[in-house]
Structures are given as structure tokens and as C-alpha cells.
Design a protein around this ligand. Structure first.
Ligand code: ADP
Ligand code: ZN
Length: 221
């Protein structure tokens, strides 16, 4: 039996951080659509150049290219046992395309944790977020500052603020989230796959609730 976890929640809800922590628990890879796009961007691929404008404005990259990029990634052999998806699906079209691609592999979404965080908290967190240019480690100047300002604890790389992490773009990303991604929440709720988690607790408590939800998966209802 494979496990496909779809992490849901607004930008800045901590779904990426929590997705990474689940990797060791579940022994399956973490695939973040945002990271895939940022990778294309830094490599200067055609896809990266195309996605850049949308990302900069806090808008969604069109479904067709997004679906193709993510499906290509999750059909790699390392995802045979399952995958933890983060940032995808973000529209109903993407959710349906995911189901279809999984069905072809004899797989299905098994759990959709929704991490709740208020809009004020999202803006507060994201504007203090810094990312390592080299290894992608994420810091928060308020809650999880690096030991040395501007330097990654893990690899010594340079920390930067994502260009879409300025307050105005964050507000637009939230708007996009409510408009485009809310239907995805309903989609998984209707299938009994949604688990709601309070994302404003300390990260360790969010992690505990998420682990509990994942562990209940294997048990009879
Ligand atoms: P967030 O912190 O908003 O969750 P991500 O790193 O997931 O940020 O995504 C950054 C940007 O990449 C988005 O604002 C969007 O432009 C693009 N993107 C990421 N995932 C998707 C997706 N599934 N569909 C369309 N665009 C996406
Ligand atoms: Zn680093």
C-alpha cells in the first residue's frame, strides 16, 4: 500500500516545514511544486523563465505546465511507495489531474492535512522568512533565527528573502489561495481525506498532531 499525503494550507502555514519532518516518519520523498519552480528559475530553464512572472506577482502558474512538471516528478521510481506533496494541487483541475495520474499507477491520495493559520499570522511569518540560497533551509528572523545573521546554520550558505515574500505580494498570494485553492479543500473533505490541524501551535505540537493523523491512517476506522 502506498501513501500519498497532500499538505494543504495557506502560504506560510508551515506546510513545507512539516512536510520535510514527515519524510523520516513515512520514508517517502517530499515534493514541493514551489521548490521545483524555484529550481527551474535558478537553472534558467524555459519553464523557469515562463513561471517567473506569475511567481513574482503571487499568481498561480498555469495548470497545464504545473501539472506536467509535478506529474513528471512523482512518476520517478523514488515515489513508488508514495510521496508527500506540498504546494500541489492548488486548483481543482490540478487535483483531478493528480487523481488520474495516481490511478494509472494504482495509487490514490490517502490523506490531506489542512494546516490552519490566520491571515495576520501568515503575513507576520512570511515577511520574516529567510531561505538559504544553497541548501534551501528555511529560517524565521523572529522564531527560528540563524545563529549568525545572514548565514545558514546547515551549510554556511547565504540567506535571502524570496522576492515573493514582500507584504504586498503575500497579500496577493493569500487572495489567490482563497480564490483558487479553497475548492481543493472541499474536494478532499468530500472524500473523507481532510484532517484539520491547528497551525498556530508551536511547531512541535503541529508535528505531533500531524504524526497522529498519519498514524491513524493504518488503523481500521
Ligand atoms: P507558498 O509559500 O505560497 O506556499 P510556494 O513555494 O509553494 O509558496 O509557491 C511559490 C509560487 O510558485 C506560487 O506563488 C506560484 O506562483 C507558484 N506555484 C507553486 N505551486 C503551484 C501550483 N501548484 N500551481 C500553480 N502555481 C504554483
Ligand atoms: Zn544552507
Amino acid at each position: 500500500m502506498s501513501t500519498v499525503v497532500v499538505m494543504l494550507g495557506p502560504p506560510g502555514s508551515g506546510k513545507g516545514t512539516q512536510a520535510k519532518r514527515l519524510v523520516d516518519v513515512l520514508g517517502i520523498p517530499h515534493v514541493s511544486s514551489g521548490d521545483l519552480f524555484r529550481h527551474h528559475l535558478s537553472e534558467g530553464t524555459e519553464l523557469g523563465r515562463m513561471a517567473h512572472g506569475y511567481m513574482e506577482r503571487g499568481e498561480l502558474v498555469p495548470d497545464r505546465v504545473t501539472v506536467e512538471m509535478v506529474i513528471e516528478r512523482i512518476t520517478q521510481p523514488d515515489c513508488d511507495e508514495g510521496v508527500i506533496l506540498d504546494g500541489f494541487p492548488r486548483t481543482l483541475t490540478q487535483a483531478e489531474a493528480l487523481d488520474e495520474a495516481l490511478r494509472e499507477q494504482g495509487m490514490a491520495v490517502t490523506l490531506a492535512p489542512l494546516i490552519h493559520v490566520s491571515d495576520e499570522e501568515v503575513i507576520r511569518r512570511i515577511t520574516a522568512r529567510r531561505v538559504c540560497r544553497d541548501c534551501g533551509a528555511v529560517y524565521n528572523l523572529v522564531f527560528e533565527p540563524p545563529q549568525e545573521e545572514g548565514v545558514c546554520d546547515v551549510c554556511g550558505g547565504d540567506l535571502y528573502r524570496r522576492e515573493d515574500d514582500d507584504p504586498e505580494t503575500v497579500r496577493h498570494r493569500l487572495y489567490t489561495y482563497y480564490k483558487e485553492t479553497s475548492p481543493v479543500i472541499g474536494y478532499y473533505f468530500a472524500q473523507g481525506l481532510l484532517v484539520e490541524i491547528d497551525g498556530q501551535q508551536p511547531t512541535a505540537d503541529v508535528e505531533r498532531d500531524l504524526r497522529n493523523a498519519v498514524q491513524r491512517l493504518g488503523e481500521p476506522a
